[in-house]
Design a binder for this molecule. Structure first.
Ligand SMILES: Cc1ncc(COP(=O)(O)O)c(C=O)c1O
Length: 428
């Protein structure tokens, strides 16, 4: 049997090419370690599948978490692998930390597979915030350049753009989407009519964090590029990736940022940036790099010592995600949202603020009660019904609501309790 010294001499972590996921030193692993990588089943029967999925999460059995939009829990199989890597790394951290080349590349390859692009277009980072900041601060601006965005984009992203406006005298052109939007032509018209010969970049939030509105990114991008192919399109995909079935490469955008700790259920603090190959050279890295104008995607991942156990565990989250399959996952998530909405929508005191058309929403839904403030409803749902939801609003102050986000592990009984809570509160 190979001892630790032999293993480390061989170069530390390596990806085993023939396996679906990263297996550093599996050949040397004890039986116990090998169990960490227990095989995941293929389950065809729907109810059996969702029962198995539920049991694979270690979520609260008392409070029903209907706020998975903010951050999602990891299935046990991801937690186990993360713990395993963390323990291993803690034996000699520095031996592992910078010898991970093969394993990291394998994670990028798997992410690229999900995204439908080349691994050379994928940078692993910590979250959407970092991905979007990398793009926003990585561009060159001239005074008067115009950026098109909406008042319904994510708050911290809007803040970033306002900082760019203050520092570089660019002009922010704010659109206001009347949520829920359910008409492609109207949305495309809103974006394209804001374009001028000064437009530098268009930002699109793929799935809105306020009411879960899905925007037709591919169509908007095509319309923008048909007016001027030089205009860059940046997509905030915090809620898009691993939630709905699409390929980043099909969208036609230049940049796409997402958080893997949301819909992929990867470890907290893992994210991803897609940069179209032809754009890499022109985008400055956020953190300094010896060759900032390189055309290598690795220049966007130079943020120093990182949480490598978490990054490597992304592979296990992908495996779990693939065990369900994106089509079944999307269908289940939409079913859960439709389940609660269709059971409360007829109540005269309930206002539904999310589209029921499948192309405009999936898991995230929003509502308010006419007889009670959003804050009060959230408090009562938690205290009296053990249901956790979150309050959301847009920059304009025109839109507010309680955002409800089930996930693959949500039980129908939990939604039934939530539905009962809404009806009882709507009566008061
Ligand atoms: C639309 C949108 N963009 C960006 C973010 C930021 O994500 P993170 O905190 O993972 O960077 C969020 C977080 O919820 C979001 O909803």
């Amino acid at each position: 049997m190979t001892n630790r010294r032999d293993f480390l001499k061989k170069g530390g972590l390596t990806a085993v090419a023939s396996t679906a996921f990263i297996l550093p030193h599996l050949a040397q692993a004890s039986e116990k370690e090998r169990n960490v990588w227990r095989a995941l089943p293929q389950i065809d029967e729907e109810e059996l599948l969702w029962d198995w999925v539920r049991n694979e999460y270690s979520v609260s059995s008392t409070v029903a978490n209907l706020n998975n939009g903010s951050v999602s829990p990891q299935p046990k199989v991801v937690q186990e692998v993360l713990e395993h890597y963390t323990r291993e790394f803690n034996t000699i951290p520095s031996m592992y930390m910078w010898s991970e080349g093969d394993a990291s590349r394998a994670v990028r390859e798997q992410l690229a597979g999900l995204a439908g692009c080349s691994p050379e277009e994928i940078a692993v980072n910590r979250n959407t915030t970092e991905a979007l900041n990398t793009v926003i601060w990585g561009m060159n601006y001239n005074k008067g350049d115009e950026i098109i965005l909406t008042e319904q984009d994510y708050t911290s992203v809007m803040n970033t753009w306002q900082e760019v406006e203050a520092r570089y005298a660019v002009t922010l052109k704010w659109l206001s989407l009347a949520l829920p939007v359910e008409n492609d032509e109207e949305i495309i018209e809103a974006y394209t009519s804001a374009i001028t010969d000064k437009t530098k970049l268009v930002m699109i939030t793929h799935v809105n964090n306020i009411n879960g509105n899905i925007l037709p990114v591919k169509k908007i991008t095509a319309a923008v590029k048909s007016i001027n192919p030089a205009i860059k399109v940046l997509v905030d995909g915090a809620h898009g990736f691993a939630h709905i079935d699409f390929k980043i490469s099909d969208l036609g955008c230049d940049f796409y940022g997402t958080s893997l700790h949301k819909w992929l259920c990867a470890p907290f603090g893992t994210g991803m940036l897609y940069v179209k190959k032809s754009e890499i050279q022109n985008l400055w890295p956020l953190f300094t790099h010896e060759n900032p104008q390189s055309d290598r995607i690795s220049k966007f991942s130079t943020f120093g010592t990182r949480n490598l156990p978490a990054e490597l565990s992304i592979a296990r989250a992908i495996e779990f995600h693939n065990t369900i399959g994106i089509e079944r996952k999307e269908a289940r998530l939409r079913y859960l949202k439709d389940y609660w909405i269709t059971r409360v929508a007829d109540n005269p005191n309930v206002e539904i603020k999310t589209s029921l058309q499948p192309e405009f929403a999936c898991a995230l839904g929003s509502f308010s009660l006419k007889n009670m403030s959003d804050g009060e409803v959230a408090q009562k749902l938690l205290k009296d019904y053990h249901i956790h939801v979150t309050q959301k609003g847009d920059k304009s102050g025109k839109f507010h609501g309680l955002r409800v986000t089930p996930h693959v592990y949500t039980r129908i009984e939990e939604l039934d309790r939530f539905i009962r809570g809404i009806h009882e509160l709507a009566k008061i």
